[in-house]
Every structure is written in C-alpha cells, then in structure tokens.
Design a protein around this ligand. Sequence first.
Ligand code: HEM
Length: 473
Amino acid sequence: MAFLLHYLFITAIISAVSFLLHRSSRHRRLRLPPGNLGLPLVGETLQLIAAYKTENPEPFIDERVRRYGSIFTTHVFGEPTVFSAEPETNRFILQNEGKLFECSYPGSISNLLGKHSLLLMKGSLHKKMHSLTMSFANSSIIKDHLLVDIDRLIRLNLDSWTDRVFLMEEAKKITFELTVKQLMSYDPGEWSESLRKEYLLVIEGFFTVPLPLFSTTYRRAIKARTKVAEALSLIVRERRKEYERGAKKNDMLAALLAGDDKFSDEQIVDFLVALLVAGYETTSTIMTLAVKFLTETPLALAQLKEEHEGIRAKKSESEALQWSDYKSMPFTQCVVNETLRVANIISGVFRRAMTDINIKGYTIPKGWRVFASFRAVHLDHNQFKDARTFNPWRWQSNSGISCPGHVFTPFGGGPRLCPGYELARVELSVFLHHLVTRFSWEPAEEDKLVFFPTTRTQKRYPINVRRRNRSFS
Ligand code: HEM
C-alpha cells in the first residue's frame, strides 16, 4: 500500500504534465486510437493493478477491446499509453524497434540495471551485443558445453529435497546458480547464495518509485545493487588478469573480455547484471507454473512421466542427459509452450514512439508509450481454441493446428528477441525430466496465481515431495 501511495504521488505530477500535453490542440487534430484516459492524474492505473492482483486479470483488456477494438488508448503508470491486443500490430511494433519505436523501461528498472545493460542499449551497439549474447546461448553451445552443467546443477539441487519444498524458491535458486555458472563459470556455494540474496533486493526495487527519499525498498535496492556490482567487479578484475596471462575459459565473461571493443569493468558488470535479471525470474516462474498446471491436469502429467521414464529407462540413474535426449521430448515441448502461453511471464513489452506513427487508421503521437500485449493475443479465443484452458495437446504436430510465429510470442521478436529462448527451454526440460523421474508430489496448500507486480504464486507454491523407486528401468 505504501508503494501505491508513493507511486500515486509521483505519477500525479507526471500525469498532470502528460494530461496537458494530451489536451493540446495538436493531439486533438490527430486521430488517436479510441479509449478512456480515466481519472485525472492516475488514469486507469488503479483498475489495471486491481485486475492484475487477481487470478483473472483478463477483464481489464477484454472490456476495452470490446468497447474500443484491439488497439485502444488508456492512461497507466503516469502516461497515456496505446495498448495493442492484436498480433499484426504487435509484430509491427517489435519489428520496428530502433526505427519507429524504442524500448522504454520505468526509471526504477533502468537505474538499477545500469546504463550499459543490454536491455537499455540502442542502435548499433545493441545489435552487436545482442548477437554476442545470442552466440553465447545458441543450440550448439548448449549442446557442446552448457547442457552438462545444467544437468549436474539441477540434480544437485534436487538431491537436497526432503518432504516439503517451496517450489518457487527452489526454482529461483536453480536458475540463479545456472546463470552464474554460464556467465562466469562459478559453481554454487556461499558466494553465489549471498549474491542471490542481494539480487532479490535489487529486483524488489524494480517495482517502486525511483526516489530514495520516498521508498525504503528503493534505498535498499540501490545499496544491494552496489554490493552486487562490487562482487562482480572483483571477479571481472581477476578474470581480466587471468586473460592477460593467457588463460581461457568458455563462458560469457571470457567472450566479453576477448572482444575487440575493450569493454570497461563497469560496462561488463552492467551487462552481467542484465543477463542475471533477464534469465532469473522468467525461467524460474515458468518452472514453477509448469508443475502447477501439470498437477492440475493429471492426464498431461501422466503423459509427461511416460516420455521421461522412456528416456531414463535407457540410462543408468546417474547418467547425464544428452542433446539427443533433449531432442526426444516432444510432449515436454508441448507442456513448455502451453505454460508459456497461459502464464505469460512477460505479458507484453513497452515501447515509445520515436515519431508520429500511423497504424490502422490511427496516429500514435511521437513520444507516446505503447504496450504490445502478448498476453491478450495468447489468451484470445480467436487465436487459440479454448484459449484460457491449459491444454498442452494443442501443440502436438498431429493436432492439425499451426500457429504463425507472430501469434505466439512468449520470447518477443524483432531485434530484441530473447537471446535466452533456447537456453530457457533446455533448462525447463531438464528440470521436468529429473522432477518427474525422481519424485511424486502434491500441493501442500492451495496457492493462487497473481500477476502484479510480477507473475507468481502467492505462497511460493509449497509441495510435499516423495522420492520414487526407480521401477521403470
Ligand atoms: C522462460 C524464460 C524466458 C522468457 C519468457 C523470456 C522472455 C523475454 C522477452 C519477451 C524478451 C523481449 C523483451 C523486449 O522485447 O523488450 C526478452 C529479452 C531478453 N531476454 Fe529473455 N526470456 C526468458 C529467459 C531468458 C534467459 C534464460 C536469458 C539468459 C540468457 C534471457 C535473456 C534475455 C535478454 C538479455 C533480453 C534482452 C534482449 C534485448 O533487449 O536485446 N532470457 N526475454
């Protein structure tokens, strides 16, 4: 609540200015997408937050689409914003990144990420760094190099499970350890765990007002960001010395140190921070929600078990998964797709119009914010039959349904397409493999999904676990 009050105070000032702008004669001459700017100052922010704090936030977009069509104007988080709920417009927005639109993060997030973060980079530097990140997480690197650590670290974590675990917590620990290993070849230990604790504080700061005077959470986040940066700088300095002595490692940090650009320590640290943020919440939430949805859909869980028992039956208990095993998990990929579709961790992306943009007979004025809603498309009954039901079978190749690339976009698209999309899929698949072949479980308590400020279950999804006898070998 305190956050909300602080937030409203700041947005009131920003809103007053944007409201005046909106009423200016220039905007009255333009044909803006229809919609409602809500109350003076707060716009429709409170309605949006109230909707996304429930298990069913859909009415917020559904009602506006019904009234105004799939491109509409609203006023949220301090600014008039054009929402797109249709695949073609979303594609147009994503593909025109850097030409007609540019990415736009709230001040709290950009300050805490650091100015050299990939998420904030623009122009040719962004292009170059995006492809460097892609090359570090592509299929052949995962196959030859990362898969073995993914398998080992997931097993190691699952070995420690007894009786009751909070799945969301465990999943976060796993994805953090995996990312630290992939970025800088550090195995989990006290160092990574204390870094993770600081990290959690940084992420909490993302959803506050970026004014240290008003928000304790934001003050704490800045302190934590400094500690994270110090810890990472130490590693970067050590590794730079090693590199100059001719030592070579096969990780993202090595690629940054070896590049022709001679990045400073600060640039490298910001880059690493962004990658840790990008892969952490997203992958761990999908891990948790895949298990939640499977638990609620016993037929799908049974089919998934069968697939993984078949793979494990050909191996000894301790044998690591190979790339060929990953490639023989078709139903797992259906489960991953369906979880991404229904849960929509990144419900859409914000962009800012770099110039007046004409689209579908309307004009989005220069400087206005737009939101390409993936969630609205993924849960649209015109795009997916029974769109709001978890149904992994819809993705089976024999289902007779094909889904165009611009309709299913959990990883975004265009120049900012998620560089970790394959890595996330592999991590999720390996996790599901070890989970279903080694454990059975049931929810320890009823737990609900909420979508604001991030997608999560309210109680961190507690489950009671039992180890399985290996009867399928
Ligand atoms: C299920 C897991 C994941 C989901 C749903 C996801 C989703 C997304 C989406 C939608 C974007 C586009 C943002 C935009 O257009 O503004 C994005 C960007 C990004 N993702 Fe992921 N992601 C996931 C996992 C990962 C992982 C494991 C990594 C680690 C390598 C990663 C790294 C990034 C980075 C660095 C960007 C920024 C790209 C840029 O701005 O150029 N993501 N992700």
